[in-house]
Design a protein around this ligand. Sequence first.
Ligand SMILES: Cc1cc2nc3c(=O)[nH]c(=O)nc-3n(C[C@H](O)[C@H](O)[C@H](O)COP(=O)(O)O)c2cc1C
Length: 174
Amino acid sequence: MYTNVSPFEYAGAALERMKPGVFLTASAEGRSNTMIIGWGGPLMIWNRPMMVVFIRDIRATYGLVEKSGEFTVSVPLRDGLEEAIKFCGTRSGRDVDKFAACHLTPVPGRKVGAPIIGECDLHYECKVLYKQTLDQSAVPQAIKDRFYANPVNNANHTVYFADILDCYVDGRVR
Ligand SMILES: Cc1cc2nc3c(=O)[nH]c(=O)nc-3n(C[C@H](O)[C@H](O)[C@H](O)COP(=O)(O)O)c2cc1C
């Protein structure tokens, strides 16, 4: 059903899908949750394929990644999940079971404890190697004004650098 691919074979497609949003899913203490991310992507760092993601500390998913040190990134390569993306990118797992509400299927990860989103096509399983919370004193003022110091966006980001342990595509797109 799934075909293993190099972490970079679909990197262009994954990055194209960042703008509308892709799913980042994490699990800890028997709870799973998914959120939408738009910043980050697969990169070569320290001679190893890594996934870099930015997660604000107010996200419910942030707590799960902090606890488990793992997450998956599931990318839809075809249209059809727009409603689920909107819902999972605006509602918090603190208030609602997003899998049930959006009819998303959590398929167990192969190498990490977090599930992937069965309805997506491209999957990365990731284990955090290094993380860094942004030093706001070093963030340019224009970026701060737009992304950190206003009533809508004021939580800080932690940047996670995670080893890509597994990468595969659904047979439907291969
Ligand atoms: C297109 C899109 C991209 C987003 N990108 C990010 C991101 O990169 N990092 C982040 O922390 N939140 C991002 N969000 C917001 C979260 O997905 C949203 O706040 C979500 O409701 C958090 O869910 P949670 O509280 O269940 O973790 C994005 C939302 C959308 C719609």
